[in-house]
Design a protein around this ligand. Structure first.
Ligand SMILES: Cc1ncc(COP(=O)(O)O)c(C=O)c1O
Length: 342
């Protein structure tokens, strides 16, 4: 076998094949619950997959050119972090348009990776739809002003976002459960995860039920979107029929649930995972047999400011989970291990 010596490629090889673990203590009510730990991706979230697929697709189409293009993207954080890390590794410049409410730690990580940041007044997740979409509109205006220089992957429209999950997360879940999965539960941001994974799974077994988790209006769950507050992103709209069941989770329920997961499972969850876990637990009460998989999109590492504001953890509890939680992966940005620009 050829020995891979290029450190840049080794990073991208580490995307996907994240752990799937049983939730024994918080999840023992009805159906068996397992969690897919997407924080184990190199840049720390579920967004590593679409970010990498969108970059590869941009390069394949020739709209992204090394040494020339600047990548600009409207993002509520994780796509920005993933793209920023990848740009740093590949030698692209990056600019991100983020809503003000994104955690200060997330913005700090992007800045530390050399990203130029622009802030807008959107809710936590960039809004979609004319008149409300400040982050998206600003990024689009910048691209329009200089289309040769700027490339906007646009995760809300880009089919590679769907494709990443259709080709990786979906098959992983099918294989890892040996086809036994009966329920899939995940949050809605762009809709890439839910449409990609569910399309694949339903081709394998149309009886699999899919639960979409959205936050309350005016929420604080980074990465998620309430679709009554903003239009549906195109990526979601194209295949929204894969969803069988919608659940809305309050900030309070999400934060309480993730604190419980910290205490009972010794797992360090990000805010969106508190919401998906709450929905999965509610669902599991009403399903006698079955195998449910819930997506944990990122870990708690970059949310001290949020957890402090909402009294989710004391500093001591937070620090203990940060170093001692089970399956704690160390995203590259925390260790500052991203190779320098080529
Ligand atoms: C932590 C987290 N969970 C879930 C999601 C939702 O994923 P998707 O955009 O695929 O709907 C995101 C999206 O940014 C996220 O950052």
């Amino acid at each position: 076998m050829a020995v891979q010596t290029n450190p840049f490629h080794r990073i991208f090889d580490k995307i996907g094949h994240t752990p799937l673990i049983p939730l024994k203590k918080v999840g023992s009510r009805g159906m068996k619950l397992y969690a897919k730990l997407e924080w184990a991706n190199p840049f720390g979230s579920v967004k590593d997959r679409p970010a990498w697929w969108m970059i590869q697709e941009g390069e394949r189409q020739g709209i992204l050119k090394k040494g020339e293009s600047i990548i600009i993207e409207p993002t509520s954080g994780n796509t920005g972090v993933a793209l920023a890390g990848m740009c740093q590794a590949l030698g692209y410049k990056a600019e991100m348009v983020v809503p003000k409410r994104v955690s200060s730690e997330t913005k700090g990580i992007m800045k530390a990776m050399g990203v130029k940041m622009l802030e807008t007044d959107d809710d936590l997740c960039p809004r979609v739809g004319p008149g409300t979409d400040q982050a998206i509109a600003l990024a689009e205006a910048i691209v329009k002003g200089n289309p040769k220089k700027y490339c906007m992957p646009n995760q809300y429209k880009n089919e590679a976002n769907f494709q990443a999950h259709y080709e990786t997360t979906g098959p992983e879940l099918w294989e890892e459960t040996e086809g036994k999965i009966t329920h899939f539960i995940t949050g809605i941001g762009t809709g890439g995860t839910i449409t990609g994974v569910s399309s694949y799974l339903k081709e394998k077994n149309p009886a699999i039920k899919v639960t979409a988790v959205q936050p309350q209006k005016d929420h604080h769950l980074q990465g998620l979107r309430n679709i009554e507050e903003s239009q549906m992103p195109d990526v979601l709209k194209r295949r929204v029929e894969v969803i069988d069941d919608w659940r809305t989770i309050s900030d309070e329920d999400a934060f309480n649930t993730l604190a419980e997961a910290g205490r009972m499972e010794n797992l360090f969850l990000g805010p969106s995972s508190g919401a998906t876990l709450r929905a999965a637990l509610d669902l599991s009460d009403n399903v006698k047999d079955g195998v449910g998989i819930v997506i944990f999109g990122d870990s708690g590492h970059k949310y001290w400011s949020v957890y402090n504001q909402f009294n989710v953890f004391t500093k001591d509890e937070f620090d203990k989970l940060k170093v001692g939680a089970r399956y704690n992966a160390e995203p590259l940005f925390l260790e500052n291990k991203i190779p320098p620009n080529k």
